[in-house]
Design a protein around this ligand. Structure first.
Ligand SMILES: Cc1cc2nc3c(=O)[nH]c(=O)nc-3n(C[C@H](O)[C@H](O)[C@H](O)COP(=O)(O)OP(=O)(O)OC[C@H]3O[C@@H](n4cnc5c(N)ncnc54)[C@H](O)[C@@H]3O)c2cc1C
Length: 447
């Protein structure tokens, strides 16, 4: 019987295994060095914050794996021997495969800072990171101040986590405004205010120079590049992005860029070996998407797609329209389609912000054709299926505004803000858009 081996028990690897099982009787083994069972990485923060126990992040019962005949092997793969189609583990053991799926995820970035490997200095990625956070930052007695380096989605999560245990946080952000490589100015400034209003010592345009050790090899302070200021701390979180974890292919003849290069069928350059999830890099980007996308749902989609190909229904990876969501302290963020940080030549923007400075929408559209290109929403929940359809049908910006009642998830929002938004758009654009009532039939059909 054909043996499918998967390196990595994250969302990508586990989805591939589940779907191969649905489609076939093949022998399946998942290998992981990190944890016995699959867990939701995105929920790690809630374990530290006390909302969940670690076991609650594991969506499948232990019996699930046996029942579905998915073998789990704990161990670190040092090397892939392509000639012998064998994995070589750090403990010297071997495992033979017929087809191999590499789903090894990402590593937190480290940029060669002096002191980056000291005790009390870490990223936030793995189960082990969560455990060491409990050692170095369990409370504000052991950790009198934490410094976070790198202002992206994981950095702000870590700030919220530490803040939940009343640990003072200094947050070093290289850019002049939070995540402004992705967020337009209005949204980025709104999040700056949200961070500061939560008592975080936000330092914009600020780089880490080095981390200083105490006599036990543990971090005791950081030095700021621009000013030379020394900030005492007991914990340093390195959250300056992630990079594909491709250590396992480094000694073989895999084609790599930043990630493991794959074609649209998620095949690497080595026959019968595939790569999916955070570690995979498309030869050519799909539409405006990035060739590497370190997000949860694309890992899941790649897992589903590769399972089809492995089971004989060769299927191209087509992730559809871009969307994403996150939370910045209390402000929920969603994005559908494209709203780049900088407006492009053919684009026009419409921005509305609520007086509370905790809610806004930002719509991007083509100024010549009026076609809707994308929307950012903060503090307002929108319907995925609505924007997926609008993008597919290439609807206009006017259509989106007329149908805000269908777009929006939150009935209160309709009562409170939609009229105001449309009036603002009409005033700025000389249009006469009228809000349409919620079309239940339409929503029902698109569900
Ligand atoms: C704190 C945090 C919050 C996040 N929040 C969000 C979010 O809100 N929304 C979102 O879309 N995305 C989020 N992400 C990103 C998302 O979690 C990842 O895109 C996703 O988990 C990647 O899944 P994966 O299966 O590709 O890899 P991973 O989940 O990284 O799994 C790879 C596994 O392979 C193992 N492995 C690697 N090399 C070897 C080896 N040589 N031998 C054996 N095992 C090995 C690793 O230990 C790991 O267990 C978040 C990430 C983090 C870290």
């Amino acid at each position: 019987m054909e043996h499918i081996v998967i390196i990595g028990n994250g969302i990508s690897g586990v989805t591939a295994a589940r779907h191969i099982r649905k489609l076939s009787d093949k022998k399946i083994t998942i290998v992981s060095a990190e944890s016995d069972y699959f867990f939701s990485r995105t929920a790690l923060m809630y374990v530290y914050m006390g909302h969940l126990k670690f076991q609650h992040t594991q969506p499948y019962e232990k019996g699930f794996w046996k029942k579905n005949r998915i073998d789990l092997k704990k161990g670190y793969v040092d090397e892939i021997n392509i000639k012998n189609t064998t994995l070589i583990f750090a403990d010297g053991s071997n495992l033979q495969y017929d087809k191999l799926i590499i789903a090894t995820g990402s590593n937190p970035n480290k940029f060669g800072w002096s002191g980056q490997d000291l005790k009390g200095v870490q990223g936030l990625y793995s189960k082990q990171d969560l455990e060491s956070l409990e050692v170095y930052a369990p409370n504000n007695q052991v950790c009198k101040r934490a410094v976070i380096v790198g202002g992206g989605l994981i950095g702000i999560e870590l700030a919220e986590m530490l803040h939940s245990r009343h640990i003072p946080v200094t947050f070093l952000v290289r850019e002049s405004s939070f995540w402004d490589v992705v967020l337009p100015k209005g949204e980025s400034e709104m999040i700056n205010k949200e961070i500061i209003s939560n008592g975080i010592d936000l330092r914009l345009s600020t780089n880490l120079k080095e981390i200083i050790a105490d006599e036990n090899g543990k971090a005791k302070s950081v030095i700021i590049q621009e000013t030379g200021e020394e900030i005492s701390c007991d914990f340093v979180g390195l959250t300056a992005g992630v990079s594909p974890n491709i250590d396992v292919v480094k000694t073989s003849t895999f084609e790599t860029g930043r990630g493991i290069k794959v074609n649209r069928f998620l095949e690497t350059n080595i026959p019968n070996i595939y790569a999916i999830g955070d570690c995979a890099e498309q030869h050519e980007a799909i539409g405006n998407r990035r060739p590497i996308e370190a997000v949860w749902y694309t890992g899941r989609m790649m897992g589903e797609t590769v399972a089809q190909t492995i089971c004989g229904n060769q299927l191209e990876y087509k992730p559809g329209h871009w969307f994403n969501s996150a939370k910045f302290f209390d402000i929920e963020y969603q994005t559908y389609g494209w709203v780049w940080a900088q407006t492009k030549n053919n684009e026009a923007r419409f921005y509305w912000e609520h007086e509370s400075a905790k809610k806004c929408i930002h719509i991007n559209y083509d100024k010549n054709t009026r076609e809707f290109i994308g929307i950012n929403t903060f503090g307002i929940r929108m319907r995925h299926e609505f924007f997926d359809r609008v993008l597919l049908e290439k609807q206009s910006v006017e259509y989106v505004l007329e149908h805000l009642a269908d777009a929006n998830f939150d009935p209160e929002f309709y009562k409170l803000h939609e009229k105001e938004i449309v009036v603002k758009f009409n005033t700025e654009n000389g249009t006469t858009i009228q809000l349409k009532k919620k079309s239940w039939k339409r929503i029902f059909q698109t569900n």
